[in-house]
Design a protein around this ligand. Structure first.
Ligand code: C2O
Ligand code: CU
Length: 498
């Protein structure tokens, strides 16, 4: 299909100009790492190798005062969308084919995986109320599933994999459910996640609300992080086995829709709805650009836009923004931020450059009217407590238990359940519950400024987060930390809704 070809081209057909630009990027990066040299007790052979590899085919070993050649980076677009194979109104039909794939990140080869030949996988853009049918054809050598992160799908369609063992190599499975709420969601396997998700198997689901305000463009930005192999092997790894990614953001190479150093061409005067996803397995983003307008999170639009200085996106999190494009471009950056500390040492890093070749005055920011803005009152009782603990040499634990030897708690269907999540460990954990959406009542007893409905919420070190779950979806639902190494290390349990 043409959509597939285009996306693969972004990986395989990188222009020579991009390679030149990366030469500059390598110089910058080596200098940046040098700033860490005194703090880092663990000199990295892979890094040394990479520097010399690069200097063999470009000028990375030029004196540091030589200005990098300013060649434009690759042009970014939203990930190609899945075609709707069902002409009937209200029905969306598509196929997802995960398979091994080799692609490059920042010019370095990665042996990973792709859905339909593209990383990120195709965006499923559907309308609120659609019946969504997806045929998974497993072309991997291992069992896989498709989990619909953030969507209230029936239990049998959740792709959690822990009961049935998933879809075997060569086999197919048809997922079908109703898109019952608007927002920005995502899909990914739920077996062998450290290899499969981390290796490139993820994509976005946009559920459009016909009542939402119209914009000129809708842009999907999927962020992922890649790291060097710990053992110094050539090529890049998804950062699963790169413990540095948790503590040293300089070791992480971020891609945006698969690209490093990309630019996006905006049009002066246009209004863009920007949907962001952190698909990485363990790396945090603290997104920042001038005059941020944060309009929504996991479960759709806020009651009113907010104007933060930056927005932290934990692995699994989504955030939505409004860009009112004026005469000037700007950089999308991430502030240094790590799971083990929050704000970290280093300079902001540019992830994407927004250019405005045809400047014009910016449109007036929109109100994004929405019905509910008030935070629910805390019922002042606690029904369920989940305590995150562990790490170091041992397992990652919830309430002292490691998956699969866990206690299954119950939440009542169609009733309010107050969940308190306490983090007693030395790193943040993004709390995620399958098949439900919940409201954040408070973080360390402070209520959010306005109603926030989420399916993934980051719980900081020593924090206590209170959540209100009005469970609407019966079944046995996984509840886990979305740092995939922690999930695989035991930090997962099951909540029954009945
Ligand atoms: Cu994003 Cu258990 O999943
Ligand atoms: Cu965790």
């Amino acid at each position: 299909m043409s959509t597939t070809a285009r996306a693969v081209g972004a990986w395989a057909g990188e222009p020579a100009a991009f390679r030149s630009r990366r030469a500059g990027g390598v110089v910058t990066r080596v200098m940046f790492l040098a700033a860490f040299a005194s703090a880092c007790h663990d000199p990295d052979p892979a890094d040394t190798d990479r520097s010399s590899d690069d200097s063999a085919d470009d000028s990375a070993d030029a004196p540091a005062d030589t200005a990098p050649v300013d060649v434009p980076g690759p042009l970014l677009t939203s990930p190609a969308e899945a075609a709707d194979g069902d002409p009937a109104a209200g029905a969306f039909l598509t196929e997802l084919r995960p398979a091994p794939a080799t692609f490059t990140v920042d010019g370095v080869a990665v042996d990973g995986y792709a859905y339909n030949g593209q990383v990120p996988g195709p965006t499923l853009r559907v309308a609120l109320g659609d019946t969504v049918t997806t045929v998974l054809q497993n072309d991997l050598a291992a069992a896989t599933t498709v989990h619909w992160h953030g969507m209230q799908v029936p239990e049998a369609m959740d792709g959690a994999g822990w009961v049935d063992g998933g879809v075997l190599p060569g086999a197919a499975f048809t997922y079908t459910f109703t898109a019952d709420a608007p927002g920005t969601f995502w899909y990914h396997p739920h077996l062998d996640v450290g290899a499969q998700v981390d290796g490139g198997l993820y994509g976005v689901v946009v559920v459009e609300d016909p009542a939402a305000p119209a914009v000129d463009r809708d842009l999907v930005l999927v962020f992922d992080a890649w790291g060097e192999h710990d053992d110094g092997a050539p090529g890049l790894d998804a950062e699963a086995d790169d413990h540095h990614a948790l503590t040293n953001p300089a070791r992480t190479r971020w891609t945006v829709n698969g690209l490093v150093g990309a630019r996006f061409e905006a049009v002066g005067g246009e209004r863009i709805r920007v949907r962001t996803l952190n698909a990485s397995n363990s790396s945090y983003l603290a997104l920042a650009w001038p005059d941020m307008r944060h309009i929504g999170s996991d479960q759709g639009l806020f009651g009113a836009p907010e104007a933060p200085d930056y927005v932290v996106l934990a692995p699994g999190d989504r955030a939505e923004f409004e860009w009112d494009i004026g005469p000037d471009g700007f950089d999308v950056t991430t502030l240094p931020w790590v799971a083990s500390a929050g704000a970290a040492v280093g300079d902001p890093r540019t992830l994407l450059t927004v250019e405005v070749p045809a400047p014009a005055p910016a449109p007036t920011p929109m109100a994004w009217p929405s019905a509910t803005t008030a935070v629910s009152a805390d019922p002042a009782r606690t029904d369920l407590v989940y305590v995150f603990q562990g790490g170091g040499a041992g397992d990652w634990l919830i309430n002292g238990e490691a998956w699969p030897d866990v206690t299954r708690h119950t939440a009542a269907l169609d009733a309010d359940t107050v969940i308190e999540v306490r983090n007693l460990s030395a790193t943040n954990h993004p709390f995620h519950l399958h098949g439900q959406r919940f409201e954040v009542l408070s973080v360390d007893d402070v209520a959010p400024p306005a109603r926030r409905v989420e399916d993934t919420v980051d719980v900081g070190i020593r924090q206590r987060v209170r959540l209100l779950l009005h469970a609407e979806n019966p079944g046995d639902w996984l509840l886990h930390c979305h740092l995939l190494g922690h999930e695989e290390g035991g930090m997962m349990t099951v909540l029954r809704v009945e």
